[in-house]
Design a protein around this ligand. Sequence first.
Ligand code: SAM
Length: 334
Amino acid sequence: MITDKFGRPLQDLRISIIDRCNFRCTYCMPKEIFGKDFAFMPKEQLLSFEEIERLAKNFVELGIRKIRLTGGEPLLRRDLPVLIEQLARLHDLEDIALTTNGFLLGALANKLKDAGLHRVNVSLDALDDRAFKEINDSGVGPARILRGITKAQEAGLEVKVNMVVKKGMNDSQIVPMASYFKEQGITLRYIEFMDVGQTNGWDFSKVITKKEILEELCKHFSLEPVEPNYIGEVAKRYRYAGTSTEVGFITSVSESFCSTCTRARVAADGKVYTCLFSEGGFDFRELLRTGKSDEEIKTAIMNIWNSREDRYSDERTEESAKNKKKIEMSYIGG
Ligand code: SAM
């Protein structure tokens, strides 16, 4: 097990496999910035499947047991099941998950499951048709995403739903989302609106905290806290009393969890980051494309992790949130 300067082990890996997305969620990839002229990465700049597999193998040999694929929108990457098959063959890798907006999930769920995917987190910020269309700014209603969720369940994938909550955007959806997914027996996780990137107009006043959401939920449901499954579990979990259905909170703003963060991130161009709020990454595509050996790649990973001392969310202030240069979520991978 390798650890960083604060003793945090390297345990899980998030890999962004594409920087493009088919949605233009106003808080993530607003159309004014990510418009027709936006320069996404050309294909040759993205890591190939072989490069992703080789990098992942080296991470697994250093102790990684979980990999999550994300983006951009990962289902836009052509032949994704082939990549999943390659990863599923990695010895010692226990868990392969995917984060998606669900638009293409209905068509791909069976193939993804057959390839070896275990779990999928579907992002859905509202059930109300108009509200959801306004958020994704791409004219897509929630019905299609809900169908994708059903298909994923039918395929045998474990499904959770993630909802970013932003003041003035979808406050009214907090309770309807809870009711619907409680009924479905699907875990819903509320994500506090974070100050990632430079383009989403974040400030503290737009954050609805876990405490506020929980207060609202407790007016309608009886909830009991659930003990974490393991140290470093990101979501704070609750259960609807008398059921096994859970609801969770990702509290990166109000109750940061840097001290137990065990995650490294690979961006779509092969740069490795140790924090979602990093300013810069380490170019592993260069190492992969210049004939470096697996030993050299592992040494580079170890050096980066051993010298890691970031704890951005613990140290966040209104000023750092506004002024620190940060990388866009669609590039580094959400
Ligand atoms: N396209 C995929 C999806 O929609 O899930 C994967 C990438 S997306 C960047 C991953 C997640 O990040 C989504 O759930 C999205 O809502 C969330 N996200 C984007 N910007 C965010 C922000 N500023 N604060 C909190 N979550 C954010």
